[in-house]
Write a protein that binds this ligand. Structure first.
Ligand code: PGA
Length: 229
């Protein structure tokens, strides 16, 4: 079955470096998995017409109004964007986003038929204190009743950008928990995915894809990841 391979450029790149990235990536052959690239908001419109899907990295929880600096789901749709990450731990931390904000963002996206990629994941302390199950359950609470197909990216905060990665057993435990809570769900794993560990992750039938930060910035490495299953 085809897997979903999502690049998260975070706040990296310029119009010319991203153009170069797409040129280099499109030279890579044999990618049968679905690829999505989450770009800085300013460049979404420039790359929306690409033959590779692009995603926003966030969206406002409001529909319109006096929210200086924010971008609405309607604006994303207007620019041809069909996916958006929400709930990334960096947005939760730096923008003080709550689970309620993230659910409001989800509803805004659904209203405009944009597919949300919902990030969840625990800080190390939660795992060490054996609070993982209740922490993940509370992040997913508001999504339990929906019949919509959800894309949930499990990204343990301690694994992001650290080179650390959970064991297969740890990932399977969380994936089982997510599938027990949400009816119709695709599960991505994110956190220090690279060309060395991607094959192990993508050949695990419990996960449906990966969300790749740092290693996605190199088009060759990202292509190797996308080809590893
Ligand atoms: P990383 O980031 O691959 O650099 O660990 C993943 C993410 O934050 O989405």
């Amino acid at each position: 079955m085809s897997k979903l391979i999502v690049a998260n450029f975070k706040m990296n790149g310029t119009k010319s470096s991203i153009t170069q990235w797409f040129n280099d990536f499109s030279m890579e052959k044999n990618i049968s998995n679905e690829v999505i690239v989450a770009l800085p908001a300013l460049f979404l419109f420039d790359f929306a017409d690409n033959n590779i899907s692009v995603a926003a990295q966030n969206v406002s929880s409001h529909s319109s109004g006096a929210y200086t600096s924010q971008i609405s789901a309607e604006m994303l749709k207007d620019c041809g964007i069909n996916y958006s990450i929400i709930g990334h731990s960096e947005s939760r931390e730096f923008l003080k986003e709550t689970d309620e904000d993230i659910f409001n963002k989800y509803n805004q996206l659904i209203k405009y038929s944009i597919k949300p990629i919902i990030c969840i994941g625990e800080p190390l302390k939660i795992r060490e204190d054996n609070l993982l199950q209740s922490f993940i359950s509370s992040q997913l609470k508001q999504f339990e009743d929906t019949d919509n197909e959800l894309i949930i990216a499990y990204e343990p905060i301690w694994a992001i950008g650290s080179g650390l990665i959970p064991t297969v057993e740890d990932i399977n435990e969380v994936s089982e928990l997510i599938r027990g809570l949400c009816k119709n769900v695709k599960i991505l794993y994110g956190g220090s995915v690279n060309e060395e560990n991607a094959s192990n992750l993508l050949n695990n039938s419990n996960i449906d894809g990966v969300l790749v930060g740092g290693a996605s910035l190199d088009p060759k490495e990202f292509a190797n990841i996308a080809q590893s299953c």
